[in-house]
Design a protein around this ligand. Structure first.
Ligand SMILES: Cc1cc2nc3c(=O)[nH]c(=O)nc-3n(C[C@H](O)[C@H](O)[C@H](O)COP(=O)(O)O)c2cc1C
Length: 161
């Protein structure tokens, strides 16, 4: 069953460099269905939903490891096996000397149209990925963006409008 995010609430979490959760705000804990204790020091893929194509996480990690940020639609699984969609902004945390020290993600309620469009795209990407691996899904995504004449960032921000 789908759980909808509240319009005005934000889900916030932080991870170390390996993607292990170091912080979660109250709403993150509540919507995930886990206790704070269960979440802290767990890998962030504890929330991974099987409908998510791997290529999205590849883009995410490539970006943040490069000290950049990325926006992405993510379908997450709760402890009870329900799911919730988020529109995430994932960013690198840097110290005063510009060294990477971790990552954090702030998520808001996604637009309904965005979720509808991205669900279709993710399904296609996943099917291809299951047959030909991430290289295949990445190729399809790049082709689609190229055909539409937009960057990934432009595409995603248009969906959320
Ligand atoms: C700050 C941060 C937040 C993340 N949030 C999520 C999330 O909410 N859901 C999710 O499935 N993966 C999230 N990830 C990505 C996971 O670390 C992981 O790459 C992903 O779940 C895929 O897991 P897998 O490589 O084991 O398949 C996040 C990563 C970072 C650095």
């Amino acid at each position: 069953m789908e759980v909808l995010m509240n319009q005005d609430d934000l889900i916030v979490s932080k991870t170390n460099l390996k993607g292990y959760i170091t912080y979660g705000n109250e709403y993150f804990i509540k919507i995930s269905g886990y206790t704070e204790q269960e979440l802290l020091n767990s890998p962030h893929n504890i929330l991974r939903h099987k409908d998510m194509p791997r290529v999205v996480f590849k883009l995410l990690w490539d970006r943040i490891q490069n000290k950049e940020s990325i926006n992405a639609y993510v379908k997450n699984k709760t402890k009870d096996g329900d799911y919730y969609w988020v529109y995430a902004n994932v960013t690198a945390s840097l110290d005063d000397h510009d060294n990477l020290i971790g990552y954090y993600s702030v998520r808001r309620k996604p637009s309904q149209n965005g979720v509808q469009a991205i669900s279709k795209l993710y399904k296609e990407l996943l099917e291809l990925e299951n047959r030909g691996g991430v290289a295949s899904s990445l190729k399809l995504l790049e082709e689609k963006l190229h055909y539409a004449g937009v960057s990934y960032d432009e595409f995603i921000s248009t969906l959320q409008k």
